[in-house]
Design a binder for this molecule. Structure first.
Ligand SMILES: Nc1ncnc2c1ncn2[C@@H]1O[C@H](COP(=O)(O)OP(=O)(O)O)[C@@H](O)[C@H]1O
Ligand SMILES: [Mg+2]
Length: 470
């Protein structure tokens, strides 16, 4: 158990450390002796538990010791690691107002048991033994979690302490005694796994797809799921979000989705095997997102702003020579049909079941966007996404990239022309034909952000958009 102790009085630090180390050899205490040291520790590291004096100096060794510095540490904790429980030492004169602010963090089920643990709590400084008791209890709960065995396949070495804790909390909440995890890929940097929770008779208690990532990213995905996915899309077209860990795993949070067990093939994999089946899935996707099309409305966009949201000026500067002047083109204001979109609909974010069924996953980018962005991203993912089976195909040539809008010429030599045409049909039905130009421009340029994409093709397609009559 890793504790951050924010305390300037050496007497208190020594007494508490002595107590804790006798109590449990596996407790590590990091000491911060001021507000600024505490903030630095909080920014750089993750902790299980924080003990913090309210009356602190601003810097180590400082003499102006005030409660406001403790409150500043409280604010930092709420901001950068709100899922880490913190116990504040309060002095005799601490006002009710301050105590109220300190108890504002709510409670979370951080041990996978029935206990709701307070995220901020306080204790009079003279109740030293109560503090030791709290740590003892916390540590005992963690020890129970650690008894849950984790068996990993895939790249298990990529899992750290808090990833494992998340799996154990999920297991314990199902009264499981072990978990089997297999790590999965994904490009976002999140830790993703298939998880099976089992009891001591190896019966399966739960199957999940688990995603663990920095709090802000998980919050975005959860918000998108709750705003656009589950209230609007039809049952069975996306995996349900069943469980969320918002606290107790350092600065991370986790989402547990229903495991799409029967949907074992990505749309990319299906496309490599059976183009006609993949084309049917494109039609299915278009129907699946139908509830979002009700929100179609024209909105005025500047091409520059659309592009800057997806790829920065700084990156584009490196391609100035190849792209030529973009300012005039980008200064155009255009009405574009906007609606809710998945926002990252590449072939690995669609899972297929071999019986014409498909579910969409990965809701990090769902929201308002040009209405043709999903089919355009899907089409371009065949050329650019690292999972695409056709990424290194000789089609399209650089010359063909330049005639992207002339579909017949563009598709000469294409291994999956029907699929590309289906995407293009969907894109042209999604809004007005002129919407394609800015969206293709932006989505092609976005590929320049990634090192391993074919930049010549990306530039060629972007230039085709710039010269296309709108
Ligand atoms: N509900 C699910 N059931 C089964 N596998 C899934 C599920 N969700 C995602 N996956 C698999 O995990 C991979 C990564 O998940 P994803 O949500 O796309 O994360 P990332 O944000 O890292 O792209 C997917 O490409 C897919 O293979
Ligand atoms: Mg994904």
């Amino acid at each position: 158990m890793k504790i951050l102790l924010v305390e300037d009085e050496p007497g208190v630090v020594n007494r508490l450390c002595a107590r804790l180390s006798i109590l449990q050899p596996n407790i590590a205490v990091v000491i911060a002796r001021s507000r600024s040291s505490a903030v630095e520790e909080l920014e750089q590291h993750e902790f299980d538990f924080i003990i913090c004096d309210l009356r602190l100096p601003p810097q180590d060794g400082g003499l102006d010791i005030f409660e406001e510095h403790g409150l500043a540490v409280h604010a930092e904790i709420r901001n950068c690691t709100p899922g880490t429980p913190c116990l504040f030492f309060t002095g005799f004169g601490t006002s009710g107002n301050i105590l109220e602010r300190l108890s504002s963090g709510g409670t979370h089920n951080i041990f996978g048991s029935d206990e709701r643990y307070p995220m901020t709590d306080f204790l009079p400084k003279d109740e030293f033994l109560s503090c030791v008791d709290r740590v003892r209890h916390f540590n005992a709960e963690l020890a129970l979690l650690e008894r849950i065995e984790i068996r990993l396949s895939g790249d298990g070495s990529s899992l750290d302490h808090y990833h494992k804790r998340a799996l154990q909390v999920v297991a314990r909440s199902h009264h499981g005694t072990s978990v089997e995890g297999s790590t999965l890929g994904g490009l976002s940097g999140a830790q993703t796994l298939k998880l099976r929770v089992q009891d001591d008779r190896t019966r399966t208690l739960a199957n999940y797809f688990v995603k663990i990532d920095a709090r802000a990213k998980i919050e975005t995905e959860r918000r998108n799921y709750r705003s656009y996915v589950s209230p609007l899309l039809k049952m069975g077209t996306y995996p349900a979000l069943n469980r969320e860990l918002e606290a107790g795993i350092g600065k991370r949070e986790a989402l547990c989705y229903q495991l799409a067990e029967d949907y074992s093939q990505s749309l990319f994999a299906l496309l490599a095997q059976d183009e006609a089946a993949a084309m049917a899935i494109v039609e299915r996707l278009q129907a699946l997102f139908e509830p979002w099309t009700e929100f179609r409305e024209p909105r005025s966009h500047s091409i520059h702003d659309l592009r800057a949201q997806r790829i920065s000026d700084a990156i584009l500067l490196n391609y100035q020579a190849a792209l030529g002047a973009i300012e005039k083109f980008e200064s155009t204001e255009q009405e574009i049909t906007t609606s809710y979109q998945h926002g990252d609909l590449h072939g690995s974010n669609v899972l297929c079941n071999g019986a014409e069924g498909a579910v969409v996953i990965d809701f990090a980018n769902v929201g308002s966007a040009p209405a043709c962005i999903d089919p355009i991203i899907l089409e371009l993912s065949v050329l650019f996404h690292s999972d695409s089976p056709f990424r290194t195909h000789t089609w399209p040539t650089n010359d063909q990239a330049g005639v992207w809008f002339n579909i017949e010429e563009y598709l000469t030599g294409c291994p999956v022309p029907g699929f590309i045409k289906k995407c293009r049909e969907w894109a042209s039905q999604a809004g007005s034909p002129s919407d394609l130009v800015p969206v293709v421009y932006v989505e092609a340029l976005r590929q320049l952000k990634y090192e391993d994409t074919n930049h010549q093709l990306a530039l060629g397609i972007a230039k085709a958009a710039m010269t296309e009559k709108m």
